[in-house]
Design a protein around this ligand. Structure first.
Ligand SMILES: [Zn+2]
Length: 462
């Protein structure tokens, strides 16, 4: 499997630290508001990474943090006239509801920063002992000049920044690139006791502690949006290197932005749509399809027409399954060489740095076989089974039973009955060609006709 590693800027062969196991960390939300669909892109993508490794038979440990203490949370608490914990709890809950609604499987571990405060303080203390951190009046900074590898993940030159950052330079810091590990609290802010007095940790340290707590000193893949490469991931990695000499992760994967009319969707630009709102308008699997039909590293423009088209595409997958009848699928494993070849090409696409767009093309092919191979039941069955299996690997088909048994509108029912009458007339005239054409055309729409001595019946799948 080839993965694009941000650290080396090339595709590399994936070799797990421990055979058959994947240790994966992706940065989660800072819970001060509802997350927007630009954030959803990252959550959805790493859900697919996790699902695909599980499909391959890996024992996956997937950790995604919840940042529940941060300046933004404190600001929001002031705006909503409450305390930081109420805000963090409210939006953590909303985060879980919305990711569930998006069909994202819950990560194996979802630690919160405030739960690991003693470990955070211990880590900062350790950095100070080893000469990588210094305290200035209750604030503690990471000493970037003490770490020769600083900048190695993002490729940034510290000297470059020096000039640019001079204006905003914090006079306490020894170097503009030095970042906060511990922040002295202002009056009225939440505090934790520490060797440097009352304060709270910096974001970059929280992620190091939460990832290492569950995955060990060094793990396989660290992921997040491309905007996190610098400074967040650089600073996470710097702390790991300083502590153990080992990088935090071996592979660093980053997804591209979701753009709104050419600009990155972000809270600060106020051009965002929350996932919660978009889910009121479109089906979760349509949103998933919309993102997965592009490569994860490419930027995507938000486009309502494309989401509507995505919805139709997903609907076609379901209709293909309806055509064969989900509950008629037997238990036997897929044996058709033609269908197994499709599974291979799906894997080839996914193994090429998660080319989900190409993998989806394989789903289309399988759906077509399911619909067209009318008279070869074993092939249809195999195609349907494979479509389900691979579709689920990408996170589709959450509940096909439910979707397929949803009531179809009365007008559609009347039209199907009408077609059935025409077909009966044709059969009486022994016009088998027309009768078959009607049956096949209806099947393509997911409507199955059953002929019996008592007459013909139809259903959406049953
Ligand atoms: Zn992080």
């Amino acid at each position: 499997m080839l993965l694009y590693n941000t650290k080396t800027r090339k595709k590399e062969e994936f070799i797990p630290l421990e055979e058959g196991k994947l240790k994966l960390y992706a940065c989660g939300p800072t819970v001060y508001n509802y997350f927007h669909i630009g954030n959803a892109r990252a959550f959805l993508f790493f859900d697919v990474v996790r699902r695909y490794f599980e499909y391959l038979g890996y024992e996956v440990s997937y950790v995604q943090n919840i940042t529940d203490i941060d300046d933004k949370i404190i600001e929001q608490a002031i705006a909503e006239n409450t305390d930081f914990k109420t805000i963090a709890d409210k939006y953590s809950e909303a985060f879980l509801e919305d990711t569930d609604a998006l069909g994202i499987k819950r990560p194996h571990f979802q630690p919160r920063a405030t739960e690991v405060m003693p470990q955070i303080i211990a880590l900062i203390h350790d950095l100070q002992q080893k000469g990588f951190a210094y305290e200035v009046e209750g604030d503690v900074y990471f000493d970037t000049a003490a770490l020769p590898e600083y900048g190695s993940l993002s490729g940034k030159q510290i000297e470059d920044q020096k000039a640019g950052a001079r204006v905003a330079e914090n006079i306490q810091k020894k170097h503009p690139a030095d970042f906060t590990l511990w922040k002295k609290s202002k009056p009225g802010e939440p505090v934790w006791d520490s060797p440097w007095g009352e304060g709270r940790p910096g974001w970059h340290t929280e992620c190091v502690v939460m990832s290492q707590h569950h995955l060990g000193q060094s793990f396989d893949i660290h992921g997040g949006g491309i905007d996190l490469v610098f400074p967040h991931h650089e600073n996470e990695n710097a702390q790991a290197l300083a502590l153990s000499g080992k990088p935090l992760a071996r592979y660093w994967m980053h997804n591209g932005f979701l753009n709104m009319e050419g600009e990155k969707m972000s809270k600060s630009l106020d051009n965002f749509i929350t996932a919660r709102d978009i889910l009121k308008q479109y089906d979760a699997e349509a949103i998933r399809f919309f993102f997965l039909s592009k490569h994860y590293r490419s930027p995507i423009d938000f486009n309502r027409e494309l989401i509507i088209e995505s919805d139709k595409a997903v609907d076609n997958f379901y209709k293909a399954l309806a055509g064969i009848g989900m509950d008629s699928l037997d238990e036997n494993p897929v044996s058709s060489p033609e269908i197994l070849a499709h599974e291979e090409s799906f894997q080839d696409s996914m193994n090429d740095d998660f080319n989900t767009a190409k993998a989806i093309a394989t789903l289309f092919e399988l759906a077509n076989i399911t619909r067209s191979a009318n008279n070869e039941l074993p092939l249809r069955q195999d195609a349907a089974k494979m479509l389900l299996k691979l579709g689920r690997t990408l996170g589709f088909f959450k509940d096909p039973e439910k979707r397929l048994t949803e009531e179809i509108p009365d007008l559609s029912k009347a039209l199907v009955e009408m077609m059935l009458n025409y077909r009966n007339d044709a059969r009486e005239r022994k016009d088998w060609a027309l009768a078959d054409k009607i049956r096949n055309d209806l099947l393509a729409l997911g409507i199955e006709i059953k002929d019996s001595p008592e007459g013909s019946t139809w259903n959406m799948r049953k």
